[in-house]
Unconditional design. Sequence first.
Length: 206
Amino acid sequence: MTTLLVIAKEPRAGRVKTRLTPPYTPDEAAALAEAALADTLHAVRTMPAARRVLALDGRPGPWLPPGFDVVPQCAGELDERLAEAFAGCTGPALLIGMDTPQVTAELLAPALADDAWHDCDAWFGPAADGGFWALGLADPRPELLRGVPMSTPQTGAHQRARLSAAGLTVRELPELRDVDTAADVPRVAAAAPHGRFAALAARLAR
């Protein structure tokens, strides 16, 4: 079975979702981050997995449900931290972030099915902002991520090209929208209207 990885920051005011401020206050931005992370973790709990691992920058809080192994993120840029998260896995691994609370078991089902790795070396979930929200590797080789420029409109294209250049057979997951800016908040909430994130977004609507 596949290891499910979630990479996240502790949702503390001033450390997460700073691009939501303004119009949201730092406390509101952190609360939205916490709601997104909680929705993501609770969705991951419903999915079949060999292990469920949270690679965390910071300390766990009450938003963490049972069933996760928590490991600290290494120092360095995001590509290094993603690479290190994969390096800690044995066998196939699928990584997602904390910015897509609309993720569901159904969305990830193709990458978690019994035949997910038959004639397939990697799964790639593109993000609407040009990045990626999911990355699965049959052989979690860290060098497939190190050096990929992160947090740019071309990040997804660079990562996808890296996989292809390594000769991997890649299958794609549906495109999702990350919560990066205030404009993303209502659009992501609408995609998952029954979650914690959507409920909080409605209370904070402005």
